[in-house]
Write a protein that binds this ligand. Sequence first.
Ligand SMILES: Nc1ncnc2c1ncn2[C@@H]1O[C@H](COP(=O)(O)OP(=O)(O)OP(=O)(O)O)[C@@H](O)[C@H]1O
Length: 357
Amino acid sequence: MTLSRLTLAQFRSWPRLDLDLDHRPLAIFGPNGSGKTNILEAVSMLAPGRGLRGAAAPDQARQGRAAGWRIRARLGDSSIETAAPPGQTRGVVVDDKPVTQTALGRLLRVIWLVPAMDRLWTDPPDTRRRFLDRLTLSLMPDHADLALGYDRAMRERNRLLKDQVADPGWYRALEAQMAEAGAALTRNRLSALSTIIAAQDGAGFPAATLALLPGEGHACDADPASIADRLAAMRPRDLAAGRSLTGPHRADLGASWGPQDMPAALSSTGEQKALLLSLILANARALSDQPVVLLLDEVAAHLDADRRAALYDRICALPAQALLTGTGDELFAAFGPRARRLRVVRTDGASTAEEAP
Ligand SMILES: Nc1ncnc2c1ncn2[C@@H]1O[C@H](COP(=O)(O)OP(=O)(O)OP(=O)(O)O)[C@@H](O)[C@H]1O
């Protein structure tokens, strides 16, 4: 099942865009600031959450217009609409019925790689954990609810710690909730990592060795009783800090590759990008029985010609739709006739597009 049509109205720099899509990759090219990433961002709004820029809905509405934005798409026989009228949060309608964002996530998986993720391996652990959780969520839709449950209990525990409440009676139920949800989060993360490791094909891109790391806490425990014991034991230290210092919320993702088991953080910029691509492609491959859209923003620029050709071969072999951006048409030459190409320009602030022959 593929996305066959995409319509944007008043979204970022696009007053309007009507785009027919098919199973072929779509290579979007044009000058800086012409509106290429804005198209990918619009597609990312067909997934739960705030899209690939993590933006607030009002910022996505076309500046200077009173109207809110709207995105429509056709997926197989279903119609999807998501819109944010002025001053309101975004809503989702599938086949004319309002649905939750979680329901949207069950219809379509959207996976992305954007330049901000180039620093993933050198950024603080939070960034990698968010990446790991997004990857896990794409494979296990219950992951979002578990994370919400864990965060809710932890917020309440943090409030007690901040207020310097010392009575153990106040903590036990919250720590039990954190332990149950946290153990399930860890099991999901470990299972997602095994799936991704198995789905890397190692051809053209380095197959990464991945590990769930404890970060600054004991964050890899999948046993509720031992998490609860540790939370209780750590209470005096947490009270001194005024927040929960250990637990699954401190987990980190480790990656290394090659015969020398080179840590990702010590690899070159191009190698780090290739590693990330290896994981993203594996993620798409692991979801082969569901509709998947892959959004690759400016990935070609960091890759040498051989890697670029290898990437395009892999994209064409994926059971997923791919949309890519780059400043120049020549970056996509190795696709040959396998991809469609869309030229984007911006005139008087408004983006427009035409299919390149
Ligand atoms: N809400 C908005 N309304 C109108 N224009 C916007 C809005 N938000 C961002 N823009 C404009 O969109 C442009 C950025 O678009 P986008 O990121 O899609 O460009 P791009 O073609 O991917 O560029 P690059 O090659 O530099 O990455 C900027 O010029 C920005 O001013």
